[in-house]
Write a protein that binds this ligand. Structure first.
Ligand code: S3P
Length: 170
């Protein structure tokens, strides 16, 4: 059983890379934010945070991750705050190659300048603080880290395939 999980801050490119990677490896694709929405019955993430709170979101995220690792051969694109819940990270660590997509805060700001769907990126100051607080956790939990600042998503995908892709393919 083999899975690849992508972690990293909002705007690190996890969703784009995960989609390309799944296509190239002929693997399943799970976007945990999409699964959380499905499980919650809400139509967007802002609503979940505003009406139910972050802890509720994290519980659903953990459920989504537990389900995602079961089939194997799955690329899992995790929400940026997945590292906030130890149980989620233990499930990922035990069942997936965990890759940290790193990006500088400047790059992230640029990539997210038009975002409206990220409750934790509403205030730049707070987001910057969160970024600084989370960096060490991303590093600690990941089996590998890729700096994405000067790379295209295709280049990032190729690096991941070179490192972890050999067990995939049907
Ligand atoms: C979050 C990141 C989001 C989403 C939610 C919380 C975070 O996912 O899960 O808004 O805590 O950083 P992306 O990293 O895909 O934007």
């Amino acid at each position: 059983m083999k899975n690849i999980a992508l972690i990293g801050f909002m705007g690190a490119g996890k969703s784009t890379v995960a989609e390309l990677l799944a296509k190239k490896l002929n693997a399943n694709l799970v976007e945990t934010d999409t699964e959380v929405l499905r499980l919650s019955g809400f139509s967007n993430i802002n609503e979940i945070f505003d009406e139910k709170g972050e802890e509720y979101f994290r519980e659903l995220e953990e459920k989504a991750i537990e389900a995602a690792v079961k089939d194997g051969n799955t690329i899992i694109s995790c929400g940026g705050g997945v590292i906030n819940k130890k149980q989620s990270m233990e499930v990922l660590k035990g069942n997936a190659d965990v890759v940290f997509l790193h990006a500088s805060f400047e790059k992230i700001k640029d990539r997210l300048k038009n975002t409206t769907t990220r409750p934790l990126f509403r205030q730049e100051e707070k987001a910057m603080l969160l970024y600084a607080q989370r960096l060490s956790a991303y590093r600690e939990y990941a089996h590998d880290m890729i700096d994405t600042d000067d790379k295209t998503p295709e280049e990032v995908v190729q690096i991941i395939i070179d490192k972890f892709g050999s067990t995939y393919g049907h």
